[in-house]
Design a protein around this ligand. Structure first.
Ligand SMILES: [Cu+2]
Length: 152
């Protein structure tokens, strides 16, 4: 019984492609983080940033937390639709961008205290239990609503 359980854990680890990422977080940076509010107050906002992993091991982002937001999810846009990204692996030596039309963080129930021109905070959670925070620039909705036309 113990052996079977151990095998399952190892197999899941291989499937997820995860190595112990603890040491790698030293080389992690989160840059250019911004939250674009929806044109309609209270509608989901979209957050974008770039994560760079200059460590020697891959890291896996397992969740996003944004101060003043009810719930944040990582999404991937595919054509006109989007799907949930439960986790995101960032290989060693690589940068991954969240940008309009691609990966984004959907921020549900943004508080009215998140005003354009102010700076908030975004926190990334990693598979090893670690976290990394960065300043988050709050922006008004531009001409193109990032979420407009998207089908869940
Ligand atoms: Cu989305």
């Amino acid at each position: 019984m113990m052996r079977a359980a151990g095998f399952v854990v190892v197999a899941l680890g291989l499937l997820a492609g995860c190595h112990p990422p603890r040491a790698a977080r030293a080389g992690l940076s989160v840059t250019n983080a911004r939250l674009v509010l929806a044109a309609v107050p209270g509608h989901p906002a979209a957050a974008y940033f770039t994560i760079t992993n200059q460590g020697s091991a891959p890291v896996t982002v397992t969740g996003i937390e944004i101060a003043g937001v009810g719930r944040s999810e990582m999404h991937q846009t595919d054509g006109g639709a989007m799907r949930s990204l439960p986790t995101l692996a960032v290989p060693a030596g690589q940068a991954m961008a969240f940008s309009p039309g691609g990966r984004h963080v959907m921020a549900f129930a943004p508080s009215a205290t998140l005003r354009p021109g102010t700076t908030g905070r975004i926190t990334l959670h990693f598979a090893d239990g670690g976290r990394r925070s960065a300043p988050l620039h709050i922006e008004a909705a531009g001409g193109d609503d990032a979420m407009a036309g998207m089908k869940m």
